[in-house]
Ligand binder design. Sequence first.
Ligand SMILES: O=C(O)CCC(=O)C(=O)O
Ligand SMILES: [Fe+2]
Length: 232
Amino acid sequence: MPHAYTEDSLVEQPALNRAVLETRGWVSFAVSSSAESDWREQLLALATGLGIPAPTRLGGSLCDTLMPIEAHTAKPRSLSKIHSAGEFPLHADTAHWLTPCRYVMLACASPGSGSRPTPLLDTRRLPLSKHQTSLLHSIPLRVTNGRNSFFSTILSRTRPFVRFDPGCMTATTPGGSVALEVLSRHNWPDFIETVNWEAGTVLVMDNWRILHGRGRADCSDSNRKLFRISIR
Ligand SMILES: O=C(O)CCC(=O)C(=O)O
Ligand SMILES: [Fe+2]
């Protein structure tokens, strides 16, 4: 098992299979969950092996806590503000950054009472029609990022990443609404992969390629808790 030195101790690193991450676009594995602060450290050490962990929100922490919350307590311009404790549509994280983060690590501290999964979609596998591909490459959408908002297409031949998040990207033309619909999960039921969580499950996704969402809960699950690290 690989090891990593931290300041004062030798910490055992769980296996993160880079080959699977590169071929499939995502990988999940189990980490024996310890005290929460140790666990955050362990996740940050793993994330550092992949790139540079970066705060997802300006001034925020490197390791966010994600819990289903009601819209009135949610941060402005967050998916929770729009969808409350419901499902989240497929999206890439940090789609409002000029270059979205390369990897996203999610780790389950508590699966919660609602058995709520996380759906994934590998955009590379989609049998997009010529027309759909052309929409994704040609229709500009408004990407809301406060005073730094800009226009962008979902795909571009000049960059390797998919920019897609209906939470921060809006259509300004009828064609824009059609382009946004192309990557809706309802169009690709046979291509959705599902991550079911247990305490200690870690998921790493290539955020340039894999879209993720938030599934439906069987019952109210304010006790579901994931950690997230965005990795540049
Ligand atoms: O809770 C989940 O399953 C995913 C949450 C998510 O994608 C987000 O908060 O950006
Ligand atoms: Fe997300």
